[in-house]
Design a protein around this ligand. Structure first.
Ligand SMILES: *[C@@H]1O[C@H](CO)[C@@H](O)[C@H](O)[C@H]1NC(C)=O
Ligand SMILES: *[C@@H]1O[C@H](CO)[C@@H](O)[C@H](O)[C@H]1NC(C)=O
Length: 207
């Protein structure tokens, strides 16, 4: 009887530990290491973390995309200061099957999966904003769970030297008086391209 009980207990425990359908626990915030008991795989597994500036609001936000050459079922994503690795900023616009996680008692400063049916995720994006411009330089760090036994840790983005970028002022783009939606749209696209180039050079400087 005792043997049966402990077997049941062990299998219940290992099920709850390995499945994690509710996402990473707070205990994983710092190490970003799942408590699965499986060693992380070497390399990135084809997974990546990509920040892009978003100038649609009054202050700069960032769209952070997690993607890969193969699907994943779980993840943990955080923004870290390059100075000491502190977890910084806040996440919003969470896609389906994801949820916010409170690390170090701070509301919503990390995101993880909430994926009971273990649906495949390929390309998901979040909005991130710094709490302060002084959070910079910042990089984004993720753990990807492909399967319980296949975990890729410490996947990092490029470094953002400035998290409060402003849209570039280019004459070309200033067609607000033209009042034509189409022209404005094209100009915005040019602005975005200019900005992207700007961000890339900033990232290079940050490395
Ligand atoms: C992930 O997104 C980045 C940035 O958009 C892109 O360069 C890269 O090719 C994507 N990777 C995959 C596997 O889709
Ligand atoms: C991935 O998501 C980003 C952001 O939503 C989007 O711009 C991009 O087109 C998507 N890529 C793929 C391959 O679906």
């Amino acid at each position: 009887m005792r043997a049966v009980c402990s077997l049941l207990l062990v299998s219940a425990l290992s099920a709850s530990v390995t499945a994690y359908p509710n996402g990473a626990p707070r205990a994983a915030c710092d190490s970003m290491h799942p408590v699965h008991g499986h060693k992380p795989q070497p390399g990135t597994g084809g997974y990546g973390v990509f920040p892009e500036p978003d100038f649609t609001g009054t202050r700069t936000k960032w769209t952070i995309t997690l993607n890969g050459t193969s699907a994943f079922h779980g993840f943990l994503l955080e923004a870290r200061s390059t100075r000491g690795g502190k977890i910084v900023g806040r996440w919003s616009h969470l896609p389906p099957r994801t949820k916010a996680l409170d690390c170090d008692g701070v509301n919503g400063n990390a995101v993880t999966h909430h994926n009971h049916k273990r649906k495949d995720m390929n390309n998901i994006s979040f909005t991130w904003a710094a709490s302060s411009c002084k959070d910079a330089p910042v990089y984004f760090k993720a753990t990807f769970v492909k399967h319980y036994t296949k975990i890729y840790e410490g996947i990092t983005s490029d470094v953002l030297n400035d998290v409060c970028l402003r849209p570039p002022k280019c004459q070309d783009c200033d067609v607000s008086k033209a009042g034509r939606r189409k022209v404005l749209g094209q100009a915005r696209a040019r602005c975005r391209d200019a900005m992207r180039a700007n961000t890339l050079s900033l990232r290079k400087n940050g490395k």
